[in-house]
Design a protein around this ligand. Structure first.
Ligand code: ATP
Ligand code: MG
Length: 463
């Protein structure tokens, strides 16, 4: 037998289907795997549905000698196996019955593939393929919708969205990622069902936003969310972006269009995409007008950072993500002010504040600047090129931006016990290093400066 780990997906699917057939069970490739394969993607997931009970599936997978099968959520009857890093998931046919008033579906193991396909969300996700014959099993017209580029709910859209409102966001995600339209009946059901999003966990909403924002077509996803009322129902704070169609004489675009340009212009990193979306979110709330009529947005970066914190905390994002976005939003104006006059100290201070997000902040600044420019206008990218090379130079010069003297050094020299004075002196020495007034390793000069600081403190203490 050929090594399981090196088989291509088709061969592996066929191999598995034979093993199941030998045990009297059906095995079909299903869902996204079939959809993506029809779309010509050879890197499709290996998701299968089977008539076999989960224990039987596990015992068949164990015979492959390719690691231990694991259960993916006991109750749902999915058995997984990592084959050479690629997860294979096999789920026993299931049907769901929703009890009135209960949000949790009662999952039961069903007997037929047909019933299994009918419980899926959209027709394009509700096809199966028999690996042994190559036959497509498509009772719901998924293939026609795939060809027409349509997202269409399986069955009665309103009922399906009521069963699981997450499907509302999934519809948007698939429509944006595949460049599809939502079938009109499904679309109007989405608009009517939008309030149901309030009943699902914030974590599930978060995971869909994450996939949409880091996916290939985030702008299309955001526009569909806005137009379907799903945005207002799931992350109402984002609607602020729609409230400033007039962005002032210096910005030819509406706030929304500007934000979309910036989102599209940054790489698909989660923190960066959220920062791009939210960087100007507080502009409507902070807008004032000069006597000339020129709008100003004083403090919109700080206020925007607070809004970002509220939105992302509410979505249960990790502290890392929340703090990263908050930092990028609160500092997003700083790089625009860069000139060659900036001292090394000023450049260092900025990079110290940004830490590991320095390169993300540069990407955001560039995208922000180009997102304001009219077509054909220079986005002033030379400013950011110059800042980038300054940052590199400064980072190479002094990798250790800290006081050359330790607390012990200071206590020994001045014969004083530990206390807040040590931090004061060390902070002053570190600032001198940042500003370039003191070389990072120059202990002699550091002691001289410490003497001066101590002397100034003493004289200050005895007026
Ligand atoms: P992706 O490439 O994003 O993984 P996918 O179609 O494989 O796309 P999954 O979330 O992995 O999506 O789900 C696999 C399949 O399970 C879907 O194709 C669909 O048939 C079904 N499915 C997933 N979530 C739901 C849901 N909430 N309601 C109904 N069916 C669902
Ligand atoms: Mg999948």
């Amino acid at each position: 037998m050929k090594d399981i780990a090196t088989m291509d997906r088709e061969t592996l699917a066929t191999h598995l289907a034979r093993l199941f057939r030998d045990r009297g069970a059906e095995l079909y490739l299903v869902g996204g795997a079939v959809r993506d394969q029809l779309l010509g993607q050879d890197d499709f997931d290996l998701d299968f549905a089977t008539s076999a009970e989960p224990d039987t599936t596990a015992s068949i997978l164990a015979t492959l000698g390719a690691g231990r099968p694991y259960r993916v959520g006991e109750k749902f009857g999915t058995i997984g196996l990592a084959l050479d890093g690629r997860p294979v998931e096999i789920t026993t046919y299931r049907t769901e019955e929703y009890e009135a008033g209960s949000r949790k579906p009662q999952v039961q193991f069903g007997r037929s593939l047909r019933a299994d396909l009918e419980r899926r969300d959209f027709t394009i996700n509700a096809m199966a393929r028999d690996p042994l014959t190559g036959d497509l099993i498509d009772p719901l017209g998924g293939r026609d919708d795939l060809v027409a580029g349509l997202i269409r709910a399986v069955g009665t859209p309103e009922e399906r969205f009521a069963e699981d409102p997450l499907r509302l966001l999934r519809a948007v995600r698939f429509a944006s990622r595949l460049g599809f339209h939502v079938d009109p009946e499904t679309w109007s059901a989405m608009q009517r069902s939008a309030p149901a999003l309030g009943s699902i966990s914030r974590e599930r909403v978060r995971d869909e936003y994450t996939k949409m924002l880091t996916g290939a077509e985030p702008v299309r996803a955001l526009e569909l969310l806005r137009d379907s009322a799903l945005m207002a129902q799931s992350v109402p704070g984002l609607m602020e972006l729609t409230r400033m169609p007039d962005h002032g004489p210096f910005h030819p675009l509406s706030l929304w269009d500007h934000a979309m340009r910036v989102v599209a212009a940054v790489p698909p990193l989660l923190t960066l995409r959220w920062a791009a979306l939210l960087h100007d979110v507080a502009k409507p709330a902070t807008r004032t007008h000069e006597p000339s009529g020129r709008p100003r947005f004083f403090g919109h970066e700080e206020r925007g950072a607070e809004v970002a914190r509220e939105i992302l905390t509410d979505l249960r994002y990790s502290k890392d993500i929340v703090e990263g976005v908050v930092l990028l939003v609160s500092t997003h104006m700083q790089m625009h002010g860069y000139t060659d006059e900036w001292t090394d100290g000023a450049v260092r201070r900025l990079t110290m504040r940004l830490g590991t997000l320095t390169s993300e902040a540069l990407m955001l600044a560039r995208a922000d600047a180009s997102g304001h420019a009219l077509a054909g206008q220079s986005s002033g990218s030379r400013r950011y090129d110059a800042l980038e090379s300054r940052i590199r130079t400064v980072q190479q010069q002094s990798p250790r931006l800290e006081s050359p003297l330790s607390g012990d050094d200071l206590m020994t020299r001045y014969g004083r016990p530990a206390g807040p004075w040590i931090r004061d002196v060390k902070d002053a020495l570190r600032d001198a290093v940042i500003d370039g007034a003191l070389a990072a390793g120059d202990r002699d000069r550091a002691f001289q400066m410490a003497d001066e600081i101590m002397a100034a403190q003493e004289s200050g203490a005895t007026p």
